[in-house]
Design a protein around this ligand. Structure first.
Ligand code: AKG
Length: 162
């Protein structure tokens, strides 16, 4: 249902779970639990960068997007904050060694947009832009999500993974 919604919304002709010839299908989605007190540090997602040199099918995409469905909202906190700043290789000097996050200096003076997901919401964003999730309070924040990548210049075909 969610793949169909994305397909329809973006006027895609196809959206399938990605497949590796030898290894099989990728997981089509991931359910994430952010319990009381859990936050996600400032980061960005870029499979072409992160899996560079692996030869994996997902490294051949032209653009990456993230789709998230909120299954259970939290009581407070848990906002997704997206900064108006796309990752550039020079930003790696702000990377927290061995961890997912970047230091806040990387988004200094960038405007931010905040979104508090409510149960039933579905949203798309470009994960190349720095983003973080505020500390969750109360009920566990439960989402189901996947990344998808456009595989052609006309942006009609996409593959999904998580
Ligand atoms: O749960 C969210 O709102 C965003 C999750 C996230 O960081 C991502 O999809 O890249």
């Amino acid at each position: 249902q969610v793949y169909n919604w994305v397909k329809h919304s973006l006027r895609l002709e196809s959206l399938h779970t990605a497949r590796e010839p030898e290894l099989g299908d990728y997981a089509g989605s991931i359910v994430r639990f952010h319990a009381n007190g859990v936050a996600n540090p400032l980061h960005n997602d870029n499979i072409v960068r992160d899996a560079a040199g692996s030869g994996l099918a997902v490294t051949h995409i032209l653009h990456q997007l993230s789709c998230v469905v909120c299954l259970q909202e939290c009581h407070a906190g848990g906002e997704l904050r997206i900064f108006n700043k796309k990752w550039h290789p020079v930003d790696e000097r702000f990377k927290t060694p061995g961890e997912l996050g970047y230091q806040t200096g990387v988004i200094e003076q960038s405007e931010a947009c905040e979104f508090s997901p409510r149960s039933g919401d579905i949203y798309l964003f470009n994960p190349a832009f720095y983003h973080e999730i505020d500390r969750v309070e109360g009920d566990t924040r439960i989402t189901m999500g996947f990344f998808f990548g456009l595989t052609d210049k006309k942006m009609k075909h996409a593959i999904a993974w998580s």
